[in-house]
Design a protein. Structure first.
Length: 767
């Protein structure tokens, strides 16, 4: 909420009836002096003349206060010192008019009118002159008049309150303390005043006794200043963290001046679309325009509309000379949902089996690696032999050479697949990568290479290889479908590719798994019911089919089918940790997350699970399993297992170190994670996008933000479509006030509704 307090504190006359003013605000009128009586008597004739002129003028004018000629009327007010006779409908209207002008933002005219009233009406109380000076921001002069009012027994309590406010504006805490204490002393004398409860609330509020101020505010003794009392209630409820109550009080006011504050409150409760509407209104009305614009930027980021955030950031930087990122400075943080057990439990179900990246990742995990076509090699050998027998030596040598080359690449592919089946995905990837330039037309090679990249979480390189494999062999539908999936994970439109693969399938009357492939395409289009119709009839026991059917059943809320498919997969792969985890999820479907956590604990403690997938395997397996162990409260146990395995490992330590670093992130051991990932990058030359990114996560957690920026720049170059890297980089550039660099990163992400799994930010005290 805005911290300005003067708009709810300045207490002035003109908002109560004349009768109430004389009883609630003013003390006994000063005695008329003989000199004044003589002066007034001598002015009677002049007064009568002026009154007649005024009556004629008023008859000709409209009755609306908007049409009163302020300057003329002010000049015609008769100066009188008797305060009991002085208040008239004309002065009331003038003060009301001045108040109205001030509230509408026409402060120049309002202050001019206050000055004229103070100048031309000698009998106007010191209190009202003090209010006029206060609104002119002449706080020292205002205090002088309020001091005179207190001395003359005029509005002592409220004069002391307003003096305290002036002292605050002047930054004089000692003077503030004096006047707020004085107001507290005079408060009992206002016991019968209509605004007694309001005075009490203000005094308690300024003495930081917020809870005590709630009682008088919620039980007001007068209908006056209700909007300001609502505003004060909203501030106090905000202080106590009850933002919904604060919103309710402000919504009652329906005052355009509240739009900015309402926007901030709605943002605090996560209602960013509503917050943005209020920020737009306050910006258009020129109410805190620069703050409104920057509040919009931060709200758009929290909504995942990064393109809109970038556009508003650009507009703000062009419209205002100062660095607008200093208005609401931010500090990038790791999301509490990552490390906090309770918060992680709430998000687990959605993250694992309802987020596309994880669902596709689990399909990649169970996807089959493809082997070479042995018949093709035999055919080449046979044809070469026939040509030799016919003395067609040149052609025969060509065929036999092709056979030899194919045999070599197939031998290497077999070696790579063996590594992959041992869960050593990084080693398999290195083997396949070394072959692609020598054998640029081998469709199977590029499919297997794409699958290793997908299992490593590098979806950009996975897509490149899947799409090449598919174009080399359009019958390799799994390559085409995985290309569709990885393109979606790259946040790119896959509509045309999806149509291409679907058309090829339609023209194919031979493929046995045609229905399965169509079901997978439907799944990529979020057509879960169509995919579920297939899953109910699917009798395949292939791991990828069972995984697909289970995911579809879960998303279609088909509990029985979900349990059936999960059980079949677990039976087929009894020691696989992901199959075990999936079955635990199915058994506890519809129950609280605590039930699932207990099942995970039981499965883990059985100790017959194959942990190789955790030590060396696909990124998705490692992340999903560590997520599950985190919500089950078992991460410290698995950390011990990983450390023992690392000590005993003589061959492949990279996978174990990656798993250990990931566990350290989830347990909040950021410095240890930072050290592990640096060793992976510097010593073991692991510079894939996933390792670089997680190293940046650890860096941010350990407050090494300069290192994080460098790592994220590398991760972005390795995989330009990694939105997590770009968002983190954009936020870090905002933190260091680099507007253009931040804007570029946010623009690249665009309005994609992207919400980070890892990062958030807190707003620091602005300028």
């Amino acid at each position: 909420m805005a911290e300005e307090q003067d708009d709810i504190i300045i207490l002035e006359e003109g908002e109560e009836t004349t009768e109430e003013k004389s009883s609630a605000i003013q003390e006994e009128a000063p005695q008329k002096s003989k000199k004044n009586i003589i002066i007034i008597a001598s002015l009677v004739v002049l007064l009568l003349v002026v009154v007649i002129i005024l009556i004629i003028a008023l008859k000709k004018s409209t009755s609306s206060e908007e049409n009163i000629n302020i300057n003329n009327l002010t000049q015609k007010i008769i100066k009188k010192e008797n305060s009991l006779k002085f208040p008239s409908f004309k002065l009331d209207k003038l003060i009301q008019k001045a108040n109205l002008l001030y509230k509408k933002g026409d402060k120049k005219e309002a202050l001019k009118l206050y000055e004229e009233i103070a100048t031309y009406n000698e009998s106007l109380s010191n209190y009202n002159i003090g209010v006029a000076k206060m609104k002119e921001k002449k706080y020292k002069e205002a205090i002088k008049y309020f001091k005179n009012a207190i001395k003359n027994r005029q509005n002592r309590c409220v004069s002391a309150i307003n003096s305290a406010v002036c002292a605050l504006k002047l930054g004089d805490e000692k003077l503030f303390g004096y006047y707020i204490s004085l107001a507290d002393i005079y408060l009992p004398y206002e016991a019968n005043a209509p605004l007694y409860t309001y005075y009490m609330a203000l005094i308690k509020y300024y003495k930081d006794e917020y809870f005590e101020s709630l009682i008088p505010l919620r039980h007001p003794s007068s209908k006056y200043y209700i909007e300001k009392q609502n505003y004060l209630l909203a501030k106090i409820d905000t202080f106590f963290g009850d933002y919904l109550k604060a919103i309710n009080y402000l919504e009652k006011n329906r005052d355009m001046q509240d739009d900015f504050t309402l926007g901030l409150l709605y943002a605090r409760v996560g209602e960013y679309p509503i917050a943005i509407k209020h920020f737009i209104k306050s910006y258009q009305m020129n109410i805190e325009p620069i703050k409104s614009k920057m509040a919009m930027v931060l709200s758009y980021i929290n909504m995942g509309l990064l393109g809109s955030a970038a556009n508003n950031l650009k507009q703000a930087s062009l419209n205002y000379k100062k660095n607008v990122l200093a208005i609401y400075p931010i500090e990038v943080e790791i999301k509490p949902t990552l490390t906090n057990l309770k918060l992680s439990q709430k998000e687990f179900e959605e993250r694992v089996l309802q987020k596309k990246e994880n669902m596709y990742g689990l399909l990649f995990y169970f996807a089959p690696y493809k082997v070479f076509n042995a018949n093709q090699t035999i055919d080449f050998i046979r044809k070469g032999g026939v040509d030799l027998s016919l003395n067609q030596t040149k052609n025969a040598l060509l065929l036999l050479s092709q056979s030899s080359n194919i045999s070599k690449v197939n031998k290497m592919i077999t070696k790579g697949i063996k590594k992959a089946l041992e869960y050593k995905i990084n080693e398999a990837n290195i083997i396949f990568e070394s072959l692609k330039n020598k054998y640029p037309n081998h469709a199977v090679l590029f499919y297997d290479l794409g699958l290793t990249y997908a299992q490593m979480g590098d979806y950009t390189n996975a897509y490149k290889n899947f799409i090449k494999s598919y174009h080399l062999n359009s019958k390799n539908y799994l390559s085409g479908i995985f290309a569709i999936m990885t393109k979606e994970l790259m946040h790119q439109d896959n509509t045309k590719l999806s149509e291409e693969v679907s058309n090829d399938l339609n023209d194919d009357h031979v493929t046995k798994e045609k229905k399965f492939y169509f079901a997978m395409i439907d799944f990529t289009k979020n057509n879960y019911m169509s995919a579920a119709n297939f899953a109910e009839l699917d009798n395949s026991n292939k791991p990828i089919n069972l995984m697909f059917d289970a995911i579809v059943a879960k998303n279609a809320k088909m509990r029985k089918l979900f349990v059936q498919k999960s059980l079949t997969l677990k039976t087929k792969l009894p020691r696989d940790m992901i199959a075990e985890l999936l079955y635990d999820s199915a058994k506890t479907y519809g129950k609280s997350i605590e039930y699932f956590a207990k099942e995970v604990q039981k499965s883990f403690l059985k100790k017959d699970t194959n942990m190789k997938s955790l030590f060396y395997g696909p990124v998705v397996a490692r992340e999903v399993y560590i997520n599950a162990l985190h919500i089950a409260g078992m991460l410290y146990y698995v950390r011990d297992i990983l450390e023992r395995q690392l000590q005993n490992e003589n061959d492949d330590v990279v996978g174990i170190m990656q798993a250990l670093g990931y566990v350290d992130i989830y347990t909040g051991n950021y410095e240890e994670a930072y050290a592990i990932y640096n060793e992976l990058i510097d010593t073991y030359k692991q510079k894939d996008t996933n390792t670089l990114f997680l190293a940046a996560v650890a860096s941010i957690g350990a407050k090494h933000n300069a290192n994080a920026i460098a790592l994220l720049e590398l991760a972005k170059l390795t995989d330009p479509n990694n939105f997590e890297s770009r968002l983190a980089l954009g936020l870090l550039y905002m933190e260091v006030k680099n507007i253009e660099a931040a804007r570029i990163q946010l623009t690249k992400i665009g309005d994609s509704n992207f919400i980070s799994k890892y990062f958030t930010f807190k707003i620091l005290a602005g300028k």
